[in-house]
Design a binder for this molecule. Structure first.
Ligand code: FAD
Length: 478
């Protein structure tokens, strides 16, 4: 007979979302069962954010060595040992893993079950020989890479984020299918580590970002030698001896792209299979588990958060979104407070060089909504710190309402992911450009690009005749 556990909360999936819910609930003394079938930490720690940022850091250093001459130092061709780079990536994961470990969660009072979970009824889950009858359940099962419908893809070996960080030899020529954040981050990192890289994207690069920012990044990637084929129609892929070949079609013409490796980074799909969702009366489709604005599924006892949540959870799939969802669910499940997911102030970042970050609404969206707005721009090249560090590519582009209220911002710049934070606060709190313009920023920091963009809002006022007359008067009689 299976042992029956009756916790307040049962969380399925110990990735970014599940771990957050479990840790917060346990900190309030709530009995929690956490079930994980694979590695604690989920995608973010093991095959996502952490290894990708560690690889990007290695690539960035290789690029610094190449460009050292600009700083008056001896430049060199970096000696890349991919097996050692892989060890670096692994050791970064190992350094963070204890925070997400079963031992740590057990110490917090969470009952961790290492097994596959499956609903057997509307209020029952089975896992590892246990039957769990919880007051509330949280589905946090994440997503996995999806394979685009390309002829022949199932007949060739290809890499995904689940395998690419395991490479112990540098790909000689890497074909990347997908010009979204994951594809471009990995494309640039591999290029900087010495691989030839070609990116094939069916639409345009970073299709969900402001085209202006995508262009800045495209130029930077091309300058580093990444080949980009936007609008590529891949007709088929095939293996020719040890090579992978992608056949592109443009009208009647066929073009053959050859590579030593193929990386597919063309979208992700939510994990909903094998969970017995039907048995629990939980609706789902290919967009994920059906949730309302409060992240509740069609079974009121069950919430879904993070990458597995459908459109009700918002359009963004990030670790910080999974964490945000976790906080919402705690409010609802533990405190019975009403919650509504609001993704307006959620920052989105692509960790290339330059980084691309955005928050709030973009220009296209504002035009489509017929919102009256002004655009404030400021180039990174006008920033003294950026000049000192010889990292001057990119600009800030903020959208403000006529009264100065900040509607959104997009940034292409070094550390744009950090620079976007005050703009996210501004969008969340309804701050105005004047608020940022009046804030004192430390000199010389990259953060001053925010102030300078915000000050642009005041520029037309400085030109108004009345303001000119006041200044003139003050000069004469002051
Ligand atoms: C290459 C890459 C880079 C990324 N970089 C970033 C980044 O820089 N910043 C960022 O914010 N986001 C990034 N992301 C996205 C981020 O990784 C995800 O948004 C985040 O991991 C989602 O968290 P989650 O809790 O929903 O799912 P996950 O972290 O994937 O966790 C889900 C867990 O559920 C488990 N599970 C599934 N089914 C069951 C079952 N039946 N029983 C038990 N356990 C189960 C899985 O094994 C897994 O451990 C990146 C993603 C990738 C692929």
């Amino acid at each position: 007979m299976a042992e029956v556990l009756r916790p307040d909360l049962c969380v399925i999936g110990a990735g970014s979302g599940g771990l957050s819910v479990a840790a917060i609930a346990a900190s309030f003394g709530v009995p929690v069962v956490l079930i994980e079938r694979d590695r604690m930490g989920g995608d973010c720690l093991n095959v996502g954010c952490v290894p990708s940022k560690a690889l990007i850091a290695a690539g960035g250093l290789a690029q610094d060595i190449r460009e050292a001459g600009r700083f008056g130092l001896g430049r060199a061709d970096p000696q890349v040992n991919m097996a050692r780079v892989r060890d670096h990536v692994r050791s970064v994961i190992d350094a963070i893993a204890p925070n997400d470990s079963a031992e740590r969660f057990a110490a917090l009072g969470v009952r961790v079950i290492k097994a596959e979970a499956r609903f057997t009824g509307p209020r029952t889950v089975e896992a590892g020989g246990f039957t769990i009858e919880a007051r509330r359940f949280v589905l946090a099962t994440g997503s996995r890479p999806s394979a685009p419908p390309i002829l022949g893809l199932d007949t060739v070996p290809y890499l995904t984020n689940e395998t690419v960080f395991e490479l112990s030899r540098r790909p000689e020529r890497l074909i990347v299918i997908g010009g979204g954040p994951i594809g471009l981050e990995l494309a640039q990192a591999h290029r900087r580590l010495g691989a030839e890289v070609i990116v094939l994207e069916a639409a345009r690069l970073l299709p969900r970002d402001d085209p202006e920012m995508a262009t800045v990044l495209e130029r930077a990637l091309v300058a580093e030698g990444v080949e980009i084929r936007a609008g590529a129609k891949i007709e088929r892929v095939e293996q020719r001896y040890a090579r992978i070949v992608a056949v592109l079609r443009a009208g009647d013409a066929e073009e053959t792209i050859e590579g030593s490796h193929l990386l597919v980074a063309a979208g992700r799909r939510p994990v909903t299979d094998g969970l017995g969702l039907e048995a629990a009366g939980i609706g789902f489709d290919r967009t994920g588990v059906q949730v309302d604005k409060g992240l509740r599924t069609t079974n009121r006892r069950v919430y879904a958060i993070g990458d597995c949540a459908g459109p009700g959870g918002g359009p963004y799939k990030f670790t910080h979104v999974a964490n945000y969802h976790a906080g919402r669910v705690i409010r609802s499940a533990l405190f019975r407070l009403p919650v509504k997911v609001d993704t307006r102030a959620i920052p989105r970042v692509t960790y290339t060089d330059p980084e691309i970050a955005a928050v709030g609404i973009a220009e296209e969206e504002a035009r489509a909504a017929k919102t009256a707005f002004r655009i404030l721009r400021w180039p990174v090249a006008e920033n003294d710190r950026a000049q000192a560090e010889r990292s001057t590519v990119g600009h800030v582009k903020a959208l403000v309402a006529r009264n100065g209220r900040i509607l959104g911002c997009a940034i292409a710049a070094p550390h744009a992911g950090d620079l976007i934070v005050p703009w996210a606060l501004a969008v969340a709190k309804g701050l105005k450009a004047q608020d940022l313009a009046n804030l004192v920023f430390p000199y010389p920091t990259m953060s001053e690009v925010t102030k300078r963009a915000a000050v642009e809002f005041l520029r037309p006022s400085a030109q108004r005749p009345i303001v000119r007359r006041i200044v003139e008067f003050a000069r004469k009689f002051g």
